[in-house]
Design a binder for this molecule. Structure first.
Ligand SMILES: [Ca+2]
Ligand SMILES: [Ca+2]
Length: 135
């Protein structure tokens, strides 16, 4: 990976990643995953409160009217086992109140600029945020 690209990114969770502009098109979670891959990125993972705040700022800046926004966390593979689509460790979560509360009906995670994470139905169409791993 060329050095210049690494220097553009933020140091998130020990790797340099560059969150993309929040995508305004509404896609279901699986299509959002695929879209990010076409951008050589992943749905964003979040590893600290600082990263969460950065994501929220992006959502508010680029998509202030949007309600929920997909991030890369899901328990699609095994109920109750939360995993990031970029393969990074789940070392931080910021669940809203009693969420996750959806059991097998809700396996994908939304955030929003004013609130915390909720598990939601993966088939719902929402905006989403990708993050590109730089190095
Ligand atoms: Ca679930
Ligand atoms: Ca829920």
């Amino acid at each position: 990976m060329e050095k210049g690209r690494c220097q553009q990114g933020w140091d998130w969770g020990g790797t340099r990643r560059l969150p993309s502009v929040v995508q305004h098109q509404r896609l279901d979670w699986a299509d959002a995953v695929s879209y990010c891959v076409t951008q050589e990125a992943n749905l964003a993972s979040v590893h600290s409160e600082a990263e969460h705040q950065l994501i929220k700022t992006l959502i508010k800046t680029f998509n202030p009217l949007e309600f929920y926004t997909w991030i890369g966390l899901s328990d699609v593979v095994t109920e109750g086992r939360w995993m990031w689509t970029d393969g990074s460790k789940v070392d931080f979560t910021d669940w809203f109140k009693s969420d996750p509360d959806g059991g097998k009906a809700q396996n994908c995670v939304n955030t929003h600029y004013q609130t915390l994470w909720i598990d939601n139905e993966c088939s719902e169409g929402y905006a989403f945020v990708c993050a590109e791993r730089l190095c």
